[in-house]
Design a protein around this ligand. Structure first.
Ligand SMILES: [Zn+2]
Length: 153
């Protein structure tokens, strides 16, 4: 399974600047190809980067979402899943299965990426939370980041 983490920004921030920070965090070179479809800006695939990254800001946004995503007809009765919260924008990192570098696997990489983005957001007093898509849990700020290393293969 690929390792995917989402960071939800709960205060206003310029999605272009947040995306530029995400691109910097994955160590992408200046010539990196990106695209903006009018609702999401992303790195283009197949460039040999350690992660894809994209920022969703919504076709009519930002804000991307003014209320949390509700339970829907696909949910089990008594669904305990925490659907996506209201947010200004969301930033996503996604790394393919089997990734490895000098520090560890994809989970360790994502711990580094989310920590880096979080510290940058903290410095601007932007509130944030994040999801570990490995187990679906939502966390406030730096809570639970160590658990990402458990996703290393
Ligand atoms: Zn549900």
């Amino acid at each position: 399974m690929p390792v995917t983490t989402t960071v939800y920004l709960h205060d206003q921030a310029d999605y272009r600047i947040v995306f530029a920070k995400c691109v910097e965090l994955i160590g992408a070179p200046a010539r990196t190809r990106t695209s903006d479809d009018g609702g999401m800006v992303s790195t283009s695939p197949d460039q040999g980067l350690c992660a894809w990254t994209w920022v969703e800001y919504g076709q009519d946004g930002p804000p991307l979402r003014t209320t949390p995503v509700p339970h829907n007809q696909h949910c089990d009765p008594g669904c305990g899943y925490q659907h996506a919260p209201a947010c200004w924008i969301e930033a996503v990192f996604d790394t393919s299965d089997g990734y490895h570098d000098d520090h560890g696997g994809a989970g360790t990489l994502h711990q580094r990426l989310v920590t880096g983005l979080g510290q940058w957001l903290d410095a601007q007093a932007v509130r944030w939370s994040w999801r570990n898509h490995g187990d679906g849990t939502l966390h406030d700020r730096h809570d639970g980041l160590a658990g990402l290393t458990l996703l290393d293969k």
